[in-house]
Design a protein around this ligand. Structure first.
Ligand code: C2E
Ligand code: CA
Ligand code: CA
Length: 545
């Protein structure tokens, strides 16, 4: 509303301005007229002198009023402008990424929806990209260097595309570009290749003059007959995934084959979401054998999916999907509960001196999620089996999210659960990180075990890991043991325990019990004759020990 009767507000661009309306200039006459009329009524016809002073008074007071109202108007304008600035900043903040000043996911989605709605005969493409090994950059060079890389990538990205294209950062190292009005669909691939080379061509220089090489992988989806923004983004994401699988630092265009695969994946995801509730998951157990006396010290629980149409599926067929979709959290909770249930049965059968443990694999989603602790607390039995759970996490996972991961692991150990690092040695920074990790044992990656007896450097690595772990008071388990030669070397190097096809295949609980360890003293108390390199049911240690 205008502050005075003779001011009016109007829009100048985006701004509201106040101005004096023209008729206000006639206000002195109005004031004089009114006063003269009042005088005439009250004291009769005024003299010329009185009329003059009324006129002068009227003019002065009207000018004063005009002046005051103009000041008030200016003040209001100032406040309005300030309010507008605050609103603009808030609007910008809501739609932009503060680190790189690129648009965010919300802005990108809005623009994409508009582009799809008004798309004519020209093509429109979405490029979805992320940096290869960005986690490693953060881990090795620190978060400040990681931020510098992101800011530089954002500016190279902007320079690699046309000014009218929308460039956004979705968070982390994920970026997206929207190219509208493409005259030729092939242009999308050309733009993507330009994006890859503009980011990869020269290293990013961070504080201290360090140079960091970065490469992106790009997925491209074209809006040919697809007018749904979120579907288009999912297609670009599927193409990005394919680009990564195909060797990184490259781009990949979404095609019909991927379309079929995407449908397949969606179907599998739907099926998997029912798998727990419908009792289709199974656990197979693989024995872990003590290398000093040959007794089975524990088992590793490995999940399988008895799919109603596709038969028994291995973890590689569904665990990555479960991790991407988040279903791993409920699958993981089931694994823990089922492993403990089986273990309790073995404890009940085997009697008091049973010390068997069960190891379960934990994925990053579970570790980052407080539900893991709940799942364990809910499933934990009250008897002797209560302390017999071990969890296995990969070192990559711990390095990637050390803060959240470590606090969950500390909490687990407080609950009496022991922790092992799986696939140890595969990651880049194992030795330096091990000391700070809240863990009880390491499991040497099976690629080093496979090289024992064949590659001298593998034996040196395993010897180094065993020696270092022992110094730190940690246990060492070797996985993937397939030959007697590997077994002998591990025993010579002082490795504590081993697991592998040589010692026992992963099997359902019942088979494991019957076929591998039916010692007369009870279930799962068998001792293996390691020298004969075959599993023999016996409770008496072989002469070799
Ligand atoms: P992992 O934790 O490294 O498990 C060991 C894998 O090595 C198992 O494969 C096992 O069958 C295989 N293996 C055992 N002995 C030998 C051997 O002598 N030679 C060779 N070449 N392989 C051997 P599997 O069962 O296919 O599991 C693969 C991976 O899936 C596991 O690797 C683990 O990372 C993941 N996984 C399995 N169960 C679960 C689960 O319940 N939750 C999660 N998050 N991941 C799981
Ligand atoms: Ca494992
Ligand atoms: Ca492993």
């Amino acid at each position: 509303m205008a502050p005075w009767p003779w001011t009016a507000r109007h829009l100048a661009g985006d701004e509201v301005r106040t101005r004096i309306v023209p008729w206000a200039l006639a206000s002195p006459l109005v004031v004089v007229g009114v006063i003269a009329l009042l005088l005439r009524l009250l004291v009769g016809p005024p003299s010329a002198g009185t009329l003059l002073s009324v006129l002068a008074g009227g003019v002065v007071s009207a000018v004063l009023l005009l002046h005051l109202s103009m000041q008030a108007a200016e003040r209001l304008d100032e406040e309005g402008r300030h309010r507008q600035d605050v609103l603009d900043a808030a609007r910008r903040q809501a739609l932009h990424d503060p680190l790189t000043d690129l648009g965010n996911r919300q802005l990108f989605s809005d623009r994409l929806q508009h582009a799809l709605a008004r798309r004519g005969s020209h093509a429109c493409a979405v490029l979805y990209l992320d940096l290869d090994s960005f986690k490693t950059i953060n881990d090795v060079h620190g978060h400040a260097a990681g931020d510098t890389v992101l800011v530089e990538v954002a500016s190279r990205l902007r320079a690699a595309v046309r000014p009218e294209d929308t460039v956004a950062r979705f968070g982390g190292d994920e970026f997206a570009v929207l190219c509208e009005d493409l005259t030729d669909e092939l242009n999308a691939s050309r733009i993507a290749d330009r994006v890859v080379s503009s980011i990869s061509d020269r290293p990013v220089v961070v504080t201290g003059g360090r140079e960091i090489s970065v490469t992106p992988s790009v997925g491209i989806a074209l809006a040919r007959d697809e007018a749904d923004a979120s579907k288009l983004l999912r297609r670009a994401d599927a193409a990005l995934y394919r680009a990564k699988e195909g060797g990184k630092a490259r781009s990949e265009l979404f095609d019909e084959r991927m379309q079929a695969q995407a449908v397949d994946t969606l179907q599998t995801e739907d099926d998997l979401s029912l798998a727990v509730a419908q009792g289709q998951l199974r656990l197979h157990y693989q024995p872990i054998v003590d290398l000093v006396d040959g007794h089975v010290q524990g088992v590793e629980a490995l999940v399988r999916w008895q799919h109603p149409r596709r038969g028994l599926l291995q973890p590689a067929d569904f665990i990555p999907l479960a991790e991407r979709s988040g279903l791993i959290v409920s699958i993981g909770a089931w694994v823990i509960a089922e492993a403990w249930r089986t273990l309790e049965g073995w404890y009940a059968d085997a009697g008091d001196d049973c010390r068997l443990t069960v190891s379960v694999n934990i994925s990053s989603r579970q570790l980052a999620n407080g539900e893991l602790l709940d799942a364990i607390a809910v499933a934990q039995p009250s008897g002797r089996a209560a302390g017999a759970l071990l969890v296995e996490v990969t070192e990559e996972l711990l390095v990637a999210d050390a803060k959240a991961g470590f606090s969950t692991l500390h909490a687990l150990r407080t609950m009496g659960v022991r922790v092992g690092v799986d696939d140890f040695g595969r990651g880049i920074s194992s030795l330096s990180h091990l000391q700070s990790m809240p863990v009880d044992h390491v499991k040497v990656d099976r690629h080093f075990i496979a090289g024992l007896g064949r590659h001298r450097q593998d034996e040196a690595v395993v010897a180094g890991i065993v020696g270092m772990a022992k110094n730190m008071g940690l246990g060492v388990i070797a996985e993937g043991v397939e030959t007697t030669e590997q077994l002998e070397t591990l025993r010579r190097l002082g490795c504590d325990a081993a697991q592998g096809f040589l010692l026992g295949y992963p099997s359902p609980a019942l088979d494991l019990d019957r076929a591998v360890h039916p010692g007369p003293g009870g279930a799962l108390r068998g001792v293996l004759d390691l020298d004969a390199a075959v599993v023999v049911p016996s409770v008496v240690p072989s002469a070799a020990f």
